[in-house]
Design a protein around this ligand. Sequence first.
Ligand code: ADP
Length: 461
Amino acid sequence: RSNVVSVGSILTKLQQDCATPFPVIRHVADSMTADMRAGLAVDGGSNLKMILSYVDSLPSGNEKGLFYALDLGGTNFRALRVQLGGKEERVVATEFEQLSIPQELMFGTSEELFDFIASTLAGFAEKESEKFHLPHGRQREIGFTFSFPVKQTSIDSGILMKWTKGFAVSGTAGRDVVACLNEAMERQGVDMRVSALVNDTVGTLAGARYWDDDVLVAVILGTGTNACYVERTDCIPKLQGPKSSSGRTIINTEWGAFSDGIPLTAFDRDMDAASINPGEQIFEKTISGMYLGEIARRALVSMAEEGSLFGMAVPNKLSTPFALRTPDICAMQQDKSDDLQAVGSILHNVAGVESSLSERRIVLEVCDAIVKRGGRLAGAGIVGILQKMEQDSKGTIFNKRTVVAMDGGLYEHYPQYRSYLQDAVTELLGSETSKNIVIEHSKDGSGIGAALLAATNSNNR
Ligand code: ADP
């Protein structure tokens, strides 16, 4: 009987510690706005890096011709080509190829990795079908999406700061990744050039903007998270030298590093302490797909240890870090049956536990508390970006249709997360203003987005 009390009190404490009532999300939105300003003022002025993307012109729809995109973002590597037909014909044809990066190349030398990319690209280019046409005398141009921390130096160059996501390739850090790829293409005899180096968030913005002129913000919610938006160059004090002719540029916020005012539980603190980057990426650790399942698992382990949830012994499988993944908690939350059959079998399969109906209900409450916080904080972050833009250009955001393009597996597949996110945006903006703000999924826009940016920044214009 005392165990029941204990599980209940752990649940109550969890719900209190990660609650996001109006004052909390209001503070997070305002603080996001303030951190954005600080990061735009000077390099290193804020948790938010507010990186210049050097993308000054977005696709207009008039782009024509054959363009390629390469995407190196993690375990997969994608090559894509698109034939653009201008305003009327739009996307005439696309073809793509996807490969997983061989494990040994993730630990090899820079030359080996980039030679692999260049030779895969060469093979892909050879299979170009007759739907694709390159005007005589022109070179094939590539938009290169490279989702690792890069210090961008121009639209077509950027220095790799460090490898992440399990890559440990020697000899690339500190070098221009476009030069690395160009040299490899030369070694492999590939006659192509990179015209745009783009972050995946920026690619998503470009891809969505191609279809809809009202898109001003893009957000990725997948394994990790990031956001970018269209900024006025006269609102970027740290921007030195010549300003773009459009007077606009895209800023990559790297908002995963945000941390002010985020409600944290003991389980978040423990997970952070055990992570490879303690104290860093706190916003990312509370809202993105890599972590939601793990936070829930830690709460359940605590309930099992202190309150004998799932019986006397703590199940071994449940004690394994990252055993419960975000897609698992998502699948459990879709169970609408009376006996929570699906919850039971997922708990059995991934955590090795037999559960009673009342235990399954508790598990669902744990998942809901964590997912609710994640979705609401993500929504508050989006409002932080929108209100920054509105403050600087009154009436251009809130009084007209403005679109936020969303992508990433978490946003795409988790309906409860999506609706918590929308709820927070509506609460913060009020029902009238929020009618003007359209938050919509832009599926796989980033690949075509990179090819479009190659077109926009083409040498052949
Ligand atoms: P990435 O961010 O790794 O480049 P994605 O945008 O496809 O790739 O996001 C993958 C992430 O999305 C996974 O790590 C997982 O956290 C989340 N995810 C994938 N499928 C689901 C699902 N069915 N329900 C909830 N989250 C999911």
